[in-house]
Ligand binder design. Structure first.
Ligand code: PEP
Length: 254
């Protein structure tokens, strides 16, 4: 049984280090008796080093990492730099970065660079909309296949795949709710693609769900969506909501 993971993606929030420290401290303090669930928080880059000193209970993740290791890449932050300050995960291929121009080939380079720096990539995939002819399955398949080109079986246990239907993410204009059966269907499909690509070793990869998850529907997604964890954006900015989601996950039987 894979260890479940709850990941908070703070995006470009909060506006000050003081607020970031408070939010992180509140989450850490709300996490008593959490033994089975892994907790990862991904704040903006510049808060990472300060937050690292607050609590060892929470693993830190970045929201991106460069395709390069060092050198003339103005504005970039490399996996090596992140690993050196204690970061262990990085989100890659988030739909908000894809919307800024990142494509599967860029993401593939970032995955390789992050893995060689010792980071664990959280690869986000997901369609912008659903269509009656179900072509969104092909889109997710292409995202996975192109982002995972050249990734060896030895590395896959370090990776998490996050299925995030863009139409269900809280920042999407005209968003609408995904159901746990939408999630379950795509979970099974993603598992099949991973199996076809890596064989039985693919079972070591966690496949999680993200898209406006909150403390009211987290249990449904975890139980009936079949996923190995959740990626939360907006709810992770509220310590009470985020710790409630963590406790719901911890209380699950398996
Ligand atoms: C996200 O953007 O990764 C996300 C899951 O956000 P939200 O929970 O706010 O939809």
């Amino acid at each position: 049984m894979l260890k479940k993971v709850i990941i908070g993606n703070w995006k470009m929030n909060p506006l000050s280090l003081k607020e970031a420290e408070k939010l992180f401290t509140d989450v850490a303090e709300g996490m008593t008796q959490i033994k089975k669930t892994e907790i990862v928080v991904c704040p903006p880059f510049l808060y990472l080093e300060k937050l690292k000193k607050i609590s060892k209970k929470i693993t830190l993740g970045a929201q991106d990492a460069s395709f390069g290791d060092t050198g003339p890449f103005t504005g970039e932050v490399s996996g090596e730099m992140l690993y050196d300050i204690g970061v262990r995960y990085t989100i890659l291929g988030h739909s908000e970065r894809r919307a800024m121009g990142e494509d599967n080939s860029n993401i593939n380079k970032k995955i390789k660079a992050s893995l060689s720096a010792g980071l664990r990539p959280i690869l986000c995939v997901g369609e912008e909309a659903r269509d009656a002819s179900h072509s969104y399955f092909n889109l997710v398949k292409t995202q996975l296949e192109e982002c995972l080109v050249g990734i060896s079986k030895n590395s896959i246990s370090k990776m998490i795949i996050a299925y995030e239907p863009v139409w269900a993410i809280s920042s999407t204009v005209n968003r609408h709710d995904a159901t746990s059966s939408d999630c379950r269907e795509m979970y099974i499909f993603i598992r099949k693609i991973l199996f076809d690509r890596f064989g039985p070793d693919a079972e070591s990869m966690r496949v999680i769900y993200g898209g406006s998850v909150n403390e009211k529907d987290a249990e449904d997604f975890l139980k009936n969506g079949g996923v190995d964890g959740l990626l939360s954006g907006r709810a992770s900015l509220n310590a009470k909501k985020f710790t409630d989601i963590i406790k719901i996950c911890e209380a699950l039987k398996n």
